[in-house]
Design a protein around this ligand. Structure first.
Ligand SMILES: Cc1ncc(COP(=O)(O)O)c(C=O)c1O
Length: 388
């Protein structure tokens, strides 16, 4: 291997050498709960699969490499990974969070972690002053998600890292929407990168998973300890499926991106569409920042329909290739209605303050042929127009 293998090469080779026991070229699914010990206190590197499993280790090594950190930890879901980060905190701590984030994270923070004495302030983190103003003497963490979900706003990771450094906070970035192919927050100064690997990394809507990547050994040690203590690990089979997704991440992201650009441009010309939110448009407020901190604009497109709620619902229910469902980042296109689906956990006022309305629809653009996707959206828009 070259001294400095590129992303595509690392995705296929890091952590994935031939199996030492058998020579199997592909990392085997070590579907075992326990490992037979040679003698009391003597094992071959593994004891019990909650603590460590070779299939999971391979996935973690690959993910760490793709995010540019030394330590990767896989979890049983994105939410388990996010909960893992929460376990770095103690009662009395305060977290500043971007207000446009995944509804499940919001639910965990406000309905679960708040019961353990952790306080959260939600701010529009696209405005750096608002972050600064929300920090108090108990603030320990700054939590951002960029591009944001579902409005695809951009938050300046390097500027947040500078605030975090100055105020002694830990900066956590949920990098699910961008994927490691398009954005590496650790390189921009973040301390922890979180992923729902259910999305682009797994890429096929067939496995739930999560991951954290860190470069700081002390943070990694604490995370390994709390994960082992609380148990939110993925099974070996799920780790293997996710690792299989990792191998084609670069290829898929390139196609997601090309398709998203074509779909966004198509939608923008349609009379049934009021507004298209897509960071690849030069007039998107985060466009310049996206060019600076990402290597592309991603595969997500959000739109508001002229006809309000009836049009948006009819549109979301009328597509043929876009499956109406939760999730994103898969080879097949998905369509979602954030008001009641991904962001159903937010109060109506909270949704409106972020720009999400009953007319908003979120698209996860798959890797089908973009012309077919546009034709599908065209017929769904025509139906939506008659629903007004
Ligand atoms: C940005 C983001 N973070 C975290 C999660 C949670 O991940 P999971 O569903 O794998 O628990 C999601 C799920 O949609 C998400 O979109």
């Amino acid at each position: 291997m070259s001294d400095n293998p590129r992303f595509e090469t690392r995705a296929i080779h890091i952590g994935q050498g031939a199996d030492e026991a058998t020579g199997a070229t592909i990392v085997p699914v070590y579907q075992t709960a326990t490992f037979t010990q040679d003698a009391i206190g003597t094992n071959r590197g593994y004891e019990y699969s909650r603590s460590g499993n070779p299939t999971r280790d391979a996935l973690e090594a690959a993910l760490a490499s793709l995010e540019g950190g030394r330590f990767g930890l896989a979890y049983g879901s994105g939410m388990a990974a996010i909960h893992g980060v929460m376990q770095l905190l103690s009662a009395g701590d305060h977290v500043v969070v971007c207000d446009d984030l995944y509804g499940g994270s919001y639910r965990l923070f406000t309905k679960v972690m708040s019961g353990f004495g952790i306080r959260f302030s939600f701010v529009d983190a696209t405005v750096l002053d608002k972050i600064e103003q929300a920090i108090d003497s108990a603030t320990k963490m700054l939590w951002i998600e960029t591009p944001t979900n579902p409005m695809l706003r951009m938050i300046d990771i390097a500027a947040c890292a500078e605030i975090a450094r100055r105020k002694g906070l830990m900066l956590v970035v949920d990098n699910t929407f961008a994927s490691p192919y398009l954005q590496n927050p650790l390189e921009l100064g973040a301390h922890v990168v979180a992923h729902s690997t259910t999305k682009y990394i797994g890429g096929h809507s067939d496995v739930i998973g999560g991951a954290l990547v860190v470069d700081d050994e002390a943070i990694a040690t604490r995370l390994y300890f709390t994960r082992n203590a609380s148990g939110g690990v993925p099974g070996p089979w799920d780790a293997w499926l996710t690792l299989r997704g990792v191998k084609t991440l670069a290829l898929r992201m390139r196609q997601h991106e090309a398709n998203a650009k074509q779909v966004a441009e198509f939608l923008r010309e349609r009379p049934e569409v009021q507004r298209v939110h897509y960071p690849g448009f030069p007039d998107h407020p985060g466009h310049e920042l996206a060019k600076r901190q990402m290597r592309g604009f991603g595969g997500m497109v959000t739109l508001d329909l002229v006809g309000g709620e009836p049009a948006a619902k009819t549109f979301a229910e009328s597509t043929r290739y876009f499956s109406l469902g939760e999730s994103l980042g898969a080879v097949e296109s998905l369509i979602g209605y954030p008001w009641t689906m991904s962001h159903g956990a937010f109060e109506p006022e909270a949704k409106r303050s972020k720009g999400i309305t009953e007319a908003t629809v979120r698209l996860s653009i798959g890797i089908e042929h973009a012309d077919d996707l546009c034709a599908d959206l065209a017929q769904a828009l025509e139906r939506a127009a008659s629903a007004r």
